[in-house]
Design a protein around this ligand. Structure first.
Ligand code: SF4
Ligand code: SF4
Length: 204
């Protein structure tokens, strides 16, 4: 018994229409390109291109850009070399070597902390995994390298964006500015104030 709609075994050659034989779809594409070119050339506003790097787009403050290793007030890295970020990293691009910290209250610190930026997929899992808020991300997307070695950034490079431009923070566990904008007050400061005032204030 033969199937009602047998799968075609022989490929059916595509038949070009008159318009395709005359290359008309090509001219339609060229017209769209020319239209956008002239509009960008003449229009004062409404341009879709920007003059990077002089001009920059205002990305979300949750943008996942170049990583930042955060510091303690004394300038030392907050990282305790627990390897949780390296375990969570799907691209396996974090390399950590741990050393014994001179302070007995801090068990370990990273003697080596490297991220291979060309392997990184900027998922932010390392930020989510970190129990110390020792790694966050910035809004910095200026990542260009002359050779493969430069793309493996170490501790110095990972601390630098925080020092250069703290206003360009990106994905991180806490967004104080968002909290204030959403509620009209800093919830943490408000909770502390109520705690200091006692149970009556907390109930009110
Ligand atoms: S952002 Fe994602 S891929 Fe990049 S280092 Fe962190 S966990 Fe790995
Ligand atoms: S998870 Fe945080 S503390 Fe642990 S190794 Fe990574 S950056 Fe350091």
């Amino acid at each position: 018994m033969s199937l009602p709609n047998p799968h075609p075994r022989e490929p059916v050659p595509y038949r070009y229409g008159i318009a395709e034989r005359l290359y008309l779809p090509l001219f339609v594409g060229l017209w769209v390109t020319l239209k956008h070119f002239v509009r960008n050339l003449l229009a004062g506003g409404g341009k879709t291109t920007i003059q990077y790097p002089e001009q920059r787009r205002a990305y979300s403050h949750r943008f996942r850009g170049h990583h930042i290793l955060t510091s303690r007030p004394d300038g030392s890295l907050r990282c305790v070399a627990c390897f949780l970020c390296a375990q969570a990293c799907p691209a396996e691009c974090i390399n950590i070597e741990a050393g014994e910290h001179p302070d007995v209250n801090i068990e370990k610190y990273p003697t080596v902390y490297e991220i291979d930026m060309l392997r990184c997929v900027f998922c932010g899992y390392c930020v989510d995994a970190c129990p110390e808020e020792a790694i966050i991300m910035s809004n910095n997307y200026d990542m260009a390298y002359f050779n493969r070695d430069q793309s493996v950034v170490g501790k110095d490079d990972l601390q630098r964006p925080f020092v250069i431009d703290p206003s360009r923070l990106g994905y991180r566990p806490d967004y104080p500015e968002e909290r204030v904008a959403a509620h009209g007050l800093d919830l943490v400061a408000e909770a502390r104030r109520r705690q200091e005032k006692g149970p009556a204030a907390a109930a009110g």
